[in-house]
Write a protein that binds this ligand. Sequence first.
Ligand code: GDP
Length: 318
Amino acid sequence: MIVVLTGGTGGAKFVEGLRQVAPVEDLTFVVNTGDDLQWWGLYVSPDLDSITYAVSGLLSRERGWGVKGDTFFCLQAMGELAEPIWFHVGDRDLAIHLLRSKTLGEGKTLTEATTEICAKLGVQGRILPMSNSRVETRVDTPLGELSFQEYFVQRWYQDPVRAVRFAGATEAEPAPGVVEAIMSANAVILAPSNPSTSIGPILSVSGIRDALRKTQATVAAISPIVGDAAVSGPAGILMAAQGFPVSIAGVAQAYEDFLDILIADLRDTEAAKQLTRPGLRVHCTNTIMRNSDDKAKLARTVLALVTAESTAKAGADS
Ligand code: GDP
């Protein structure tokens, strides 16, 4: 079994590659919920939604989020009613938020709500929220603390960032099945998601980072940073605010206590040579996923690397 730790957009692109080349039933996705928000009175979990849509083939490739071919009549109507519309919700997407909110309102957990949604959508793989407790990514700016969606979507990540914190992380427990999946996996893959605000919240939940250190599984990460910048979005700004270099060295540093293999872009071949050390292999390949062929190729390469490493580890142990 392979476990994938992931956020939304970059993670979803990689997940779309994985589903083309691996049996989805063998995959467990542990998903960031630090970006979750209350919107129009509903509980919205953007990364859980993106991964659910990516695994079920419903994800809009043009937008990178939401359901393909969705309409936005409700959003338009809410605008006409002078309600806030900076967070875009499509009509089919809205049905999922309604269903999740209804299930949570009946007293079920986020894990149970996610399982129910996945069953209704016919998702074969296992999708787990990182925790059933609320862990909220807070971005400290000169305006004060903002939620991730306020910082990212409402204000277009234009504000200088002083710090990032995960409110509620120390009291939160991993959702049922998360630690067990990491401990019993053949491989754990960290998708090319934002290390600060997509993978960071998952690692902040007590017990998850420890499981990654302890597991016998090969742990690999795909870098969302190429050269000295993120492929897209604010990952570079946020990593710098957390004191990490904005480079593959910074990604390796963020995961240094558990990472076996870093998959970097071909443009970082020179930097990769300097980073390789006992206990860490750096493999360079094309990591830019422009189309479904790129996604499948990257997923195939990553799976081959972790399989080879796991076989070598098993040989050395026997
Ligand atoms: P979020 O929850 O929407 O922030 O989604 P993620 O954290 O999963 O995705 C954002 C990250 O994906 C950014 O840091 C990007 O640099 C990275 N990313 C997006 N597209 C690609 C790509 O094609 N290749 C790589 N290597 N990284 C990507």
